[in-house]
Design a protein around this ligand. Sequence first.
Ligand code: MN
Length: 316
Amino acid sequence: MADEPTQVAAEECVALGHEQQTLQAFAARQTHLGDLEIIRALPIREKRLVGPWCFLDRYGPLSFSDSKPMDVAPHPHCGLQTVTWLLDGEVLHDDSIGSQSLLRPGGVNIMTSGSAIAHAEQTPRENSGKLNGVQLWTALPDSARNRPASFQHVDDVPRLELPGGIVKVFAGALEIANSGGEYFSPIFGSELNVHLASELEVPLAPAFEHAVLLLQGDASLEGQPLDPRSLYYLGTQRLSVNFRSRAGAKILLIGGEPFQEKILMWWNFVARTPEEIADARKQWQARERFGEVKAYAGPRLDAPPLINLARPNPAS
Ligand code: MN
């Protein structure tokens, strides 16, 4: 048995890493997170990531009265960071290292799993009746993926006012706006607000690859109207990117140096080998390694079987 390779239905993901400018649309797919309908834009179908960004879920906009649209029970992560950014509403985060954080629009939650953490995310009891946001993951490079888990909350990220709009920087830096977020490879992440009937030009690092997702309103990029259900990949070697909007827009702009390592993604784990994934699954099921989310009332999520013909749905 020791010679048998471990069978895991993991996705092997590598950087897009286009060496020039480009503009390519990749259709996002519709899926669900518990009862919540979401759009998953990363990893894109060709199993690619943008810089270190390996996962992108878009949820909302939605309004609710007596329900609790987000209720993701405790689940484990390794080898990644979760980065949560809201346009409307609230998300309550609890984890197995005792962090608790109420996230609101304008702030960011950055959870670094290192070798192991578990967390739960839910709509808090007191809420605005709205939910609208994104959750992203970054793949941790080999030098950081076995570090101890940590959690960072930034209440109000730095913003840069430019002609025609505002850039809210939650990862990396743009000119004087430095997110202050702890990341482990060259990265950029922001929400762009394009004002009504305006044009916004955002400077870019040419060594980075970038992608954009329209979150709200209308916008065009190089004359191409953006569809909110597609991720637009821009390639590298751009000094800037230019958007126009008639009624105003909110746009997610992410990027980073093309990630140098090939990663394996399965359920909520980012690893390098099937054996690492099999070990992580076994340890979660045995209540080892990842700790307990004591602040969450209710059962935790069970890992799916390792060999799953249908790709397991990450709990983000
Ligand atoms: Mn998660």
